[in-house]
Design a protein around this ligand. Structure first.
Ligand code: MG
Length: 291
């Protein structure tokens, strides 16, 4: 199922796409939750109800809704750094990795983005507020956690994956370097575009078969198979849940491949008026414009 959060004239709603792209509003079933976080937490029972609604209820034409980020997790958006070999090398060679000890880490490098950085598909990203002029893009697959847990073994991890979405892990590189960590450089308002859909795990049995592509103003900058992840999804869930209790709806961005702006000489940072598109086969395209 392709789940969406969207605005209508009567407020923010959750729903799902029909094959045509039209949107079925879950508010037509008063037994369903009104936020995606609560819907995800209800698990299979809510999905079954929603599936019945999808076959019978009225749908809203796709061009009459404004999509929002599909989910607002309870906890900060969790992210993994240096999880593709070629990107780890370009980052190490860029001079912006103030945390660097080794190019390829022994364990996942985990940081978070503030919830206030989340924005929706097609929303504007305010790079003009970055006085350093060093805003960079990072296209990423994000996992959405279903059943939460602590110390989840990798062998059980897939059971905790509810679905997938796309994140552009926008970064102010100068802050990332200056403060010798990730959080400040990653957390500016609008610097976490997410969406356009939350695609349930059953639609994507094996995400390692998918490719991720990022285009800036139509130019292909990033193209990599998700099979290239240094630390695969079960390893990430095990490592993070060993330290943090994962809750339903938590979002884990899995890292970005090579081809970010600081991988070029000189770096190619974003400027107002750029259009960034992050696409993953079977999930969709997340498009945002900078202002
Ligand atoms: Mg990233």
């Amino acid at each position: 199922m392709r789940l969406v959060t969207f605005d209508t004239d009567s407020g923010t709603r959750i729903g799902a796409l029909r094959g045509s792209g039209d949107v079925v509003d879950f508010a037509q079933d008063p037994e369903l939750p009104t936020t995606m976080e609560d819907f995800v937490a209800r698990g299979g029972e809510a999905l079954d109800r929603a599936a019945r609604l999808l076959t019978s209820a009225e749908a809203i034409p796709a061009d009459r809704v404004r999509l929002r980020a599909p989910i607002r997790p309870r906890n900060n958006v969790m992210c993994v750094g240096k999880n593709y070999l070629d990107h780890a090398k370009e980052f190490a060679g860029s001079g912006f990795d103030a945390s660097q000890r080794q190019t390829v880490p022994d364990h996942p490098v985990v940081f978070t983005k503030a919830l206030s950085s989340i924005t929706g598909p097609n929303d504007a990203v305010t790079v003009s507020a970055d006085t350093t002029g060093t805003t960079d893009y990072e296209g990423e697959l994000a996992i959405v956690i279903g059943e939460g847990g602590t110390s989840i073994p990798a062998a059980d991890a897939w059971r905790h994956v509810y679905g997938y979405t796309i994140i552009n892990d926008l970064t102010i590189r100068a802050l990332q370097k200056r403060h010798i960590q990730f959080f400040l450089g990653k957390s500016a308002a609008t610097y976490c575009p997410m969406g356009p859909y939350l695609v349930t795990h059953d639609e994507i049995p094996d995400p390692t078969t998918l490719w991720l592509r990022t285009r800036v103003n139509g130019e292909l900058r990033q193209a990599a198979p998700l099979a290239d992840l240094i630390f695969p999804i079960p390893t990430l869930i095990e490592a993070i849940s060993t330290a943090v209790t994962l809750e339903p709806g938590d979002v884990i961005a899995t890292g970005t491949p090579s081809g970010v702006g600081i991988g070029f000489t000189p770096p190619r940072f974003l400027a107002p008026g750029d259009i960034i598109e992050v696409s993953i086969d079977g999930i969709g395209t997340l498009t945002n414009r900078t202002v």
